[in-house]
Write a protein that binds this ligand. Structure first.
Ligand code: PLP
Length: 400
């Protein structure tokens, strides 16, 4: 009963022991450089290529279309800056207003060199509408980049439809699938995407290793220069242990994804139903159906400014959750840019509690959390304001 409950898998996940076992030899005796021609080097090269095939299989790609990077952030940087640089012009990048900072800040950087950036709006559920994309595609566009799953509210975008529209205009399509990979099925050919970013630590792999899928024939320019590793697109001696762990995590996710997603969705639905019963002033964020299986985020009407305290109270009671996203934690207290973009007012946009469950969470933990949460909410000083109405109350219905 004393162990902690970790419900913050959108920030990062614990390493699967099977992944750690696969990495072990490459943190010890198998230390070769994959570019070396001797036996030590060949052992490392073989491990890297096995992992490349494993990561490719997770998303229906060819091994030669996977470029290992140091993170999901770097994969996003390579996709956007690499595509603009390869086009030889400042160009025009179309993205959404609720992307992760890895995309938004890269766009800001590109804008400094003259790239035009269009941020597509989203609706109250966090969905990008195909009409706004179609409008943006009327001007010359270099690349469209829309995330597969949002890290704050868990909404899944209709990537297949958005990428299809983009392809009809002969424009490259990138998706940041860092939150989606390993959690929902992804097939690059069914989705029609040209570029897709992944990160191992979001699905029980190691931190500091990511990948960019680059469809065969798509031209990218490198953003890291050196010895020409990773098909000339990402110079640096490979992080062999990280890459091996990434491959093992991808393999496990591919095998277990369907069962795991169904189990996590059941946990989410149980929490949502119970919250709407016991805490009627709690309201959910994000799309009610098109969402990540183990992800749930909500606010508390009248207690929006108390969410930070709630996080601390839950932490003290042994539960790790998040207010907003880990990457914006240093801005806590400020309204969430994602919620503002979704049309919530600044007050509502301040109070988001995010639960994200993963492979090792259990039904018992869910039950224990449901006992702890109402007690933690009851300790908050500001009273709830029942029945308050605003435009954002469209989502303030029963959580289930
Ligand atoms: N993109 C999204 C949607 C994310 O949620 C994150 C991390 O939270 C990233 C990119 C960055 O990935 P990494 O932590 O591997 O740099």
């Amino acid at each position: 009963m004393n162990s902690r409950i970790y419900f913050d898998h959108s920030a990062t996940t614990p390493l699967d022991p099977r992944v750690l076992a696969a990495m072990g030899p490459f943190l010890g005796g198998a230390f070769g450089n994959p570019s070396s021609l001797h036996r030590e080097g060949r052992v490392a090269r073989e491990a890297v290529e096995t992992a490349r095939a494993q990561v490719a299989a997770l998303i229906g790609a060819e091994p030669g279309e996977i470029i290992f990077t140091a993170s999901g952030t770097e994969a996003d940087n390579l996709a956007l800056i690499g595509a603009v640089r390869a086009s030889g012009k400042p160009g025009h990048v179309v993205t959404s207003s609720i992307e992760h900072a890895a995309i938004l800040e890269t766009c800001r950087f590109l804008a400094e060199s003259g790239t035009k950036i269009t941020h597509l709006p989203v609706d109250v559920d966090g969905l990008v509408g195909p009409e706004s994309l179609l409008r943006a595609l009327q001007s010359n566009v270099t690349l469209v980049s829309i995330m597969a799953a949002n890290n704050v509210v868990g909404t899944l975008q209709p990537i297949e439809e958005l990428a299809h529209i983009t392809k009809l205009h002969g424009v490259l399509f990138h998706t940041d699938a860092v939150q989606a990979a390993g959690k929902i099925p992804l097939d690059v050919n069914r989705l029609h995407v040209d570029l897709l970013s992944l990160s191992a630590h979001k699905f029980h792999g190691p931190k500091g290793i990511g990948a960019l899928y680059v469809r065969k024939g798509v031209r990218l320019a490198p953003i890291v220069f050196g010895g020409g590793q990773e098909f000339g697109l990402r110079s640096a001696t490979e992080n062999v242990a990280g890459i091996v762990g990434f491959g093992a995590a991808a393999d496990i996710a591919r095998e277990e994804l369907a069962d795991e997603a169904a189990r996590l969705a059941r946990f989410r639905e149980r929490i949502a139903a119970e919250l709407s019963r016991t805490l009627p002033h709690a309201y959910p964020f994000g799309h009610p159906v098109h969402r990540l299986p183990g992800h749930l985020s909500f606010g508390f009407r009248g207690q929006e400014r108390e969410v930070g305290k709630l996080l601390v109270a839950l932490d003290a009671a042994g539960v790790a959750v998040s207010a907003g996203s880990a990457c914006s934690a240093h801005h806590s207290g400020e309204p969430s840019g994602v919620l503002l973009s979704m049309g919530y007012d600044a007050e509502r946009a301040r109070g988001l509690l995010r639960l994200s469950m993963g492979r090792f969470n259990t039904q018992q933990e869910v039950d224990r959390f449901l006992e702890i949460l109402p007690c933690a909410v009851a300790t908050l000083t500001r009273p709830a304001i029942p029945g308050e109405q605003s435009v954002t109350d469209r989502r303030a219905v029963a959580l289930a």
